[in-house]
Each structure stands twice: as structure tokens, then as C-alpha cells.
Write a protein that binds this ligand. Structure first.
Ligand code: ADE
Length: 245
């Protein structure tokens, strides 16, 4: 997938896009990141990218001209799905990330300062938010979105990682994990994980994932496919709760 990023802070991206799983996917050619410095497209004498708001008020507003010129150069045929990072947008979710992962080309525009000239939105396809809080700019939001979307692109995760992703456990919080040593500062790894009985281990992990989801994020359980054994486990939790009262 080709991913164009339009920003006035290109220097924020290489560490994130070049490391770990995203870096590996870029090396393999699965992801093709192209960073574009909006400032380079400013026709203004000082290469400004912002100006005072009409009507007054605090802060600066990003100019339409450098952004339009950058879009014209980078995506002249409007082939990319153009996304403006903004708290106004639809909130990123696994469903939306999966949908965006199907595109051939994505283009992210990172807003800054107090806002962007509203006329820029006419050139974009949609706004995207990563949550109900305000960041100092769209760059971190773009990186979060790219990271999340990339996990759904075939070949980005290794086969073991993606199998996990696709598994029956979808929708549940992750079960607890342990590694060596089996005892650390008096804290022991649950016995079941040490005995090599894979059926028991799987059941234990599934039960812990259900238990964690019910206690921390009960609203998520609605979206999970539960089988008879899961239901029986949930019943047993409820019984224990009653007994504890
Ligand atoms: N820009 C500023 N805050 C943002 C948010 N929450 N999501 C996306 N872009 C943003």
C-alpha cells in the first residue's frame, strides 16, 4: 500500500515508520511511505504555511494554498483515499482500520495550529479521529492510524502474529503472558502453563481472557462469539460472585 503523509513536521515520522513491524513491512515493500513537507509547496515569500484567522481570535490557521499545491503534486488524479486527521472525524476502530487496510493508496493530511482553512476539507474524502481528546497536531494521530491499519494488511504481521489476530479470541482482551523464570521475586507463573498440556493451557487462556474482559471492559463481551464452554465458565464466575457476597 502506498501511504502519502502531508505534514509540516516530516521529522516526526522516520523513527516510528522505520522501526519494528512497520519498518520491516516497508523494507519488504508491502508499505511504501512517502513524506511530503507542506512548507515546500508554499508560494508565500517566507514559505509560511499559516496565517491569522479571518474574524479574529486566538491562534493561527493553516493556509489552503500550500496544501492544495501539495495535493496537486502528490495525488493529481485523486487516486488516494484522502484522510484529514481531526477530532471532528469518525473515531478509529478495528472495523474502520480493516476497511482502510483494503485501499491501494491512503493519503493522510496532518493539521496543526488552531485549525485548517475550511476550504481544505473540500479536497479531502473524510476526517479521522483517534479519540475524544485534542492533540497538538495530526502527526501522532496519523502514526497511530497507520500502525493500526497496517496490522490488517496481509504480510505486515508475521504468520504467527496474524494467526493470533484472526483467531477465535477476537474481541476479547489478551490473556496474561509470562516468560522465564518460572518464579521471580516470589511471584510464580501459573502451574498450568508449565505442564505442557496444550488443551488445558488453551482453556486457561480463554478463561482468563473472558474474565479480564468481563471485569475491565464488560461492554466488549457482546461482540464476542462464545461457545458452550465459555458460557459455562461465565456462569461459574457469576456463582462465585454470589457466594462471595
Ligand atoms: N488532531 C488533534 N487531535 C486529534 C485527534 N484526537 N484525532 C485525530 N487528529 C487530531
Amino acid at each position: 500500500m502506498r501511504i502519502d503523509i502531508l505534514t509540516t513536521f516530516t521529522e516526526m515520522f522516520p523513527a516510528v515508520l522505520g522501526a519494528s513491524i512497520l519498518g520491516r513491512a516497508a523494507d519488504k515493500g508491502i508499505l511504501d511511505f512517502k513524506l511530503h513537507d507542506i512548507r515546500e509547496y508554499s508560494e508565500n515569500k517566507h514559505h509560511n504555511t499559516d496565517d491569522y484567522p479571518f474574524g479574529g481570535g486566538a491562534g493561527m490557521v493553516m493556509l489552503a494554498q500550500p496544501i492544495y499545491s501539495c495535493l496537486d503534486a502528490v495525488d493529481p488524479q485523486h487516486e488516494a483515499r484522502r484522510i484529514l486527521l481531526s477530532p471532528r472525524g469518525r473515531t478509529l476502530s478495528p472495523e474502520l482500520a480493516k476497511e482502510l487496510a483494503e485501499e491501494k493508496r491512503l493519503l493522510f493530511l496532518c493539521g496543526h495550529y488552531e485549525g485548517i482553512d475550511e476550504r481544505v476539507t473540500y479536497a479531502m474524502d473524510e476526517d479521522l479521529s483517534i479519540g475524544d481528546y485534542v492533540l497538538t497536531g495530526g502527526e501522532l494521530a496519523a502514526m497511530v492510524a497507520i500502525d493500526c491499519i497496517s496490522r490488517f494488511i496481509p504480510g505486515v504481521l508475521g504468520s504467527s502474529e496474524s494467526a493470533e489476530n484472526e483467531s477465535f479470541s477476537e474481541g476479547l482482551l489478551e490473556y496474561p503472558q509470562y516468560t522465564r523464570p518460572a518464579e521471580f521475586r516470589g511471584m510464580k507463573v501459573p502451574e498450568v502453563l508449565l505442564n505442557g498440556n496444550h488443551a488445558l493451557i488453551e482453556r486457561w487462556r480463554r478463561d482468563r481472557a473472558i474474565e479480564l474482559t468481563l471485569s475491565r471492559r464488560p461492554e466488549l463481551i457482546k461482540g464476542v462469539k462464545l461457545d458452550k464452554k465459555d458460557m459455562a465458565f461465565i456462569e461459574s464466575l457469576k456463582m462465585n460472585e454470589k457466594q462471595d457476597k
